[in-house]
Design a protein around this ligand. Structure first.
Ligand code: KIV
Ligand code: ZN
Length: 520
């Protein structure tokens, strides 16, 4: 029988620290969709954003606070009154609000980043935590760069935070410098030396600069930590954060090493991983633990032979336990609406509206005309693309391309812009360049292309292409996605998707209220 003291709380920060990955920005609808899935997965705490960072962050935290009912919703705030007030305002309608406030405590950060004396930092801890407690009795406090903080100072800071009312103490390894031994040692020290440490939840927040984020988090659990901060697919600043799927599957697969429980429904892991990857346009590497395309593939003949005799020979967890349904041949061109609807439900698209369903079905039929075997992955790519582009101002209509080694490459594109049909024909150095030039003629902009990436959804030369395009304007970047059996059409769709997102971003963007030291 497990008790509360064995419960590891999963604190997901995909929407906050994860979103700080370059190019991983998400819009409001995307963030809400991810938050809903995190809640369904059983995530205990969802860190929804950093409300003072921008109006977009504020709105996202506010919407998620209004939508999510069972998970705690957290908003991040520096140790400043207006940060905390803004976080509290964004969380006002949350069923279970948490304010997460932090300040740097390492000598390097205090001197160079904050330019504050240690005593000033200690005062700021008391003030910020007390202020946050006026709004909610669920307050988390973090000493940024905690793992490089001088031990006596760290203990003093934690003690003050607890005295001021913090209920969770998170000690981040902000720069991914600690080893598992170092990191576990910090928590043992805090538990031994800090009065009141036994009455709060200790939390691990680890970065992956040395590839140790998950190992550090798990070492911390064995040293008394009962909250792990992590992200889907391990996204996050620089090399990322501890990956949620790796943490929870380690605990599930190795109860002998980690005799604790978590509440994550691991069968939803693949869905969350795919949703995030298609939203931000970062495919996970094929050999990524748990969610990589090869994580459950057995290539060597000797392994395949062993697998046929007994799956346990080479498989320490089942693909089903992470929600990986073996790729199945789903349908062909004779499949009807009902079969398509059931397939969508099976793939997790249960609440797709009627119009979106009709459009997705038409696209499925068109795909079936070109591709004999349609797999689950094809349907997921197609519907993701359909949902992402449903309400956009610029819509793809048609594309004709001259490519190859004879003659100049050119593209003719037809778009519907705010309901009006427009076309353009242009050349370029290569077909993709020509397509992007033709689109730019119809939608002039100054954004820079930062990434163009093509990914084959399945095997075979008739595979659908999933294209990611990243555009950057005024320091803000957006990712566009497009899927089609024709790589060039997928490229056009991805570029148009990115431009649509850029237009939304322009409308919404307001200058950040405070620009310095925002990165946590
Ligand atoms: O890495 C870090 O120190 C953080 C804190 C704000 C928790 O993200
Ligand atoms: Zn962090």
């Amino acid at each position: 029988m497990s008790s509360d003291k064995d419960h590891i709380r999963i604190f997901d920060t995909t929407l906050r620290d994860g979103e700080q990955s370059p190019g991983a920005s998400m819009n409001l609808e995307e963030k809400v969709a991810i938050a809903k899935l995190l809640e369904e997965m059983g995530v205990d705490i969802i860190e929804a954003g950093f409300p003072i960072a921008s109006n977009g962050d504020f709105e996202a935290v506010q919407h998620i606070a209004r939508t999510v009912k069972t998970s705690v919703v957290a908003g991040l705030a520096r140790a400043a009154q207006r940060d905390i007030d803004r976080a509290a305002e964004a969380l006002r309608d949350a069923e279970r609000p948490r304010i997460h406030t932090f300040i740097s405590t390492s000598p390097l950060h205090m001197k160079h980043k904050l330019q504050m004396e240690p005593t000033e930092v200690l005062d700021a801890i008391t003030d910020s935590v007390s202020r946050a407690r006026n709004y909610t009795d669920d307050v988390e406090w973090s000493p940024e760069d905690g793992s490089r903080t001088e031990p006596d100072f760290l203990c003093r800071a934690v003690e003050l935070a607890i005295r001021a009312g913090a209920t969770t103490i998170n000690i981040p390894d902000t720069v991914g410098y600690a080893t598992p031994e170092d990191y576990a040692g910090i928590f043992r020290m805090v538990r031994e030396r800090v009065p009141g440490a036994e009455d709060v939840i200790l939390s691990a927040h680890t970065h992956n600069d040395l590839g140790l984020a998950v190992a550090n988090a798990l070492a911390a659990v064995n040293a008394g930590v009962r909250q792990i901060e992590c992200t889907i697919n391990g996204i996050g600043e620089r090399a990322g954060n501890a990956s949620l799927e790796e943490v929870v599957m380690a605990v599930r697969t190795r109860p002998d090493a980690y005799p604790y429980m978590h509440k994550i429904q691991t069968e939803l892991i693949m869905r969350a991983s795919r949703l995030l990857a298609s939203t931000i346009g970062f495919q996970v590497q094929p050999n990524k633990a748990i969610v990589g395309a090869n994580a459950f593939a057995h290539e060597a003949g000797i392994h395949q032979d062993g697998m046929l005799k007994h799956a346990g020979t080479y498989e320490i967890m089942t693909p089903e336990s992470v929600g990986l349904v073996r790729s199945t041949l789903v349908m062909g061109k004779h499949s009807g609406r009902n079969a398509f609807r059931s397939k969508l439900v099976e793939l997790g698209f249960d609440d797709i509206g009627d119009n979106a369903f009709q459009d997705a079905f038409q696209r499925f039929k068109a795909l079936a005309d070109h591709k004999k075997d349609i797999f689950d992955e094809d349907i997921v790519a197609l519907v993701d693309d359909q949902l992402a582009t449903a309400n956009e101002r610029i819509k793809f209509v048609s594309l004709g391309v001259m490519a190859g080694s004879i003659g100049k490459q050119s593209a003719q594109i037809v778009l519907e812009i705010d309901g009006e049909t427009k076309w353009s024909q242009t050349g370029g150095s290569g077909p993709v360049d020509a397509i992007f030039n033709a689109i730019t003629e119809l939608v002039p902009h100054q954004a820079n292309l930062q990434l163009y990436q093509v990914h084959a959804v399945t095997g075979g030369t008739d595979a659908q292409a999933e294209v990611t395009v990243r555009l950057e304007e005024d320091g803000k970047s957006v990712n566009g996605l497009g899927a089609d059996h024709d790589t060039l059409v997928a490229s056009a769709r991805a570029y148009i998707h990115a431009l649509n997102k850029l237009m939304v971003k322009r409308q919404k963007s307001a200058p950040p209220e405070v620009d310095t030291q925002l990165t946590a």
